[in-house]
Design a protein around this ligand. Sequence first.
Ligand code: AHM
Ligand code: MG
Length: 424
Amino acid sequence: MHPQALGLAARLRLGRIVRHRNETTPTEVGKESRNAVFCCIAPDPPPDPHDSYYPQWTFAITRAGPAGCVGIPEIGYRDRRDRLEEWAMAGMPPTLNQFIRARQQDYPDAIGEFSEVMNAIALGGKLISREINLAGLVDATGYTGRTNVQGEEVAKLDEWSNDLLVDLLGETKCVCVMGSEEVEGPIVPPESASNGRYAVLFDPVDGSSNIDIAAPVGTIFSIQRRVTNSGAGHLEDLLQPGKNQAAAGYILYGSSTMFVYTTGQGVHAFTLDPTMGEFHLTTEDLRFPEKSNVYSTNEGNAGTWREPDLQWVDWIKQDDPGTGRPYSARYIGALVADFHRILLKGGIFAYPGNTARPDGKLRLLYECSPMAFIAEQAGGAATNGTRRILDIEPSGLHQRTPYYIGTAREVELIGRFHGSEGPG
Ligand code: AHM
Ligand code: MG
């Protein structure tokens, strides 16, 4: 038995350590991965077999200590509605794991692979969250000295988080290929794992220059169904338009850690309880608010912007209370954090192209498309100025696009500056 797992079980007084039944999940007792050891703890004495609720905690133990639950499996519930109602009556918002499993029942063909992928991402989020919180203490700030495929400096946490997600997603055996901001080409998991049904793209730590100043950063992910038949996945599994996404989401590492995702049936937000290491549902079916006169953009670049963007930014700064102008400016410099604020408070985020870089800075596949899917599901919109982001057919893994995302009204308005009409 892994000594840290034994110590953890004793400290938390949760019960005895058991081996997880499902060997395809990364939850065997003492299973070593490059980044964590996993152990599963069940109640002791064992629960009444007639009980319909059977709690079981699976922890990941990192070099920095226990990092939280992987999930709480449960048995014996009749259907999703019963489960959600029971949790609500018990005053206990469902965990992300419970919520995903409950929703899985809406898909009769589902065989649990999607839940495995989501669990791996959620676990990665918990581990990254912990590492970020301890950044200064575990030598996780600063840079590796290397540059990535985009010519950008690689932060230590970029590299650590990238390796972690590649490991965790590979271990699910449900992913045939991955694409990451930090890696030039497609990442194919080891042969035994490469028959999975999903292709996953991610930006492990978006806005990573914020880490050294303890400001918010995020993880962004996009899950596509594979288009190749079987075996190892290929680039074409990754190069799909955003409208094909099976799911998309982000994890915000801010004053609290939030997991926000959509599968095309609304947007759901979960907040991490760091004491138990669980994401709990905090908002089901999140929608943009009506109010929207906030803009979020790096206006320091305006000298290199093109005419439509200059006209737009002038227009929103004019004094006209009737149309809510001037707008307020808010900019954190991390897309996840800037977008999350707009999702909750309304407004628009813009990263236009400029004379030197007509396609702007942000990457279509693992930054813009996943956020666009969420925006549309929350009643908003995302375009490149003239075209819906989710309709763009990608031609490269790291391709960039000008980006405008937020409430439908604001995105439609900036579209008029880029088209022939202009606002009245
Ligand atoms: P990164 O993925 O290398 O961290 O870069 C993406 C980030 C976004 O999170 C953010 O919106 C943008 O870069 C900020 O860029 P700038 O510093 O030019 O304003
Ligand atoms: Mg990024």
